[in-house]
Design a binder for this molecule. Sequence first.
Ligand code: SF4
Ligand code: SF4
Length: 263
Amino acid sequence: MRARPRLAVWKFASCDGCQLSLLDCEDELLSLAGAGEIANFAEASSAAVDGLYDLSLVEGSITTAHDAERIREVRRQSRHLVTIGACATSGGIQALRNFVDVGEFVAAVYASPQYISTLATSTPIAAHVPVDFELRGCPVNKQQLLEVISAFLAGRRPAIAAYSVCIECKRRGTPCVMVQGTPCLGPVTHAGCGAICPAYRRGCYGCYGPMETPNMQALTREWQRLGATPRDIRRVLSTFNAASTAFRRECERRDDTETGAGS
Ligand code: SF4
Ligand code: SF4
């Protein structure tokens, strides 16, 4: 790595919210600019320095043939590549197209759909190129983001906890909303948000996607005990991380339950 490592930030199909988490770092961003060279970050500056880059942060999913080409070029120019956010790590909310006819969506949204050129699916970056680390969240947590950047610039693995939102909930002393009758995705959701929703007496929405080895069946049994229908469960799992393997499999299992295919 050169004396001042080069950092680049790239956008694909996304809302820019994860890049805004980086801009929101403000004071820390100045320190970061001192420790390394922010060589490419279109959201912050139109000035750009050509690669190679020591660390590329990638926001967004792959939804066009052009983007599928572009991510391969970003990978070629990057020593390390880290994906940030639900779009980049699981395809994002735009991956809802993966389970329907994308042509119907295009026709419903655009006045002149004949000008739209899009892939039938929205896929995570790791489906296209090797990824060195995936940081989850919608949007990502800025402290976790700073930890990941610092770790890669220092040449160590990021210290990002792999447990569920329930642990964060207990640590902040929040009474469990699920034992009070409110369905919550916290037991299967990756930590990182600080358990914000339960702190406001709402169930977790699963913004950070599935934790490692989530027990989906135990969770959905509890949801059903609280009155949720298979349709409710499918809907709540079909949001920011709809295409993540664990959430998708559970949705398909619900479909099988309803049609009798799984019995
Ligand atoms: S993960 Fe969420 S906040 Fe980040 S770019 Fe995608 S939609 Fe926006
Ligand atoms: S409120 Fe949700 S996240 Fe918190 S402990 Fe209960 S189930 Fe887990």
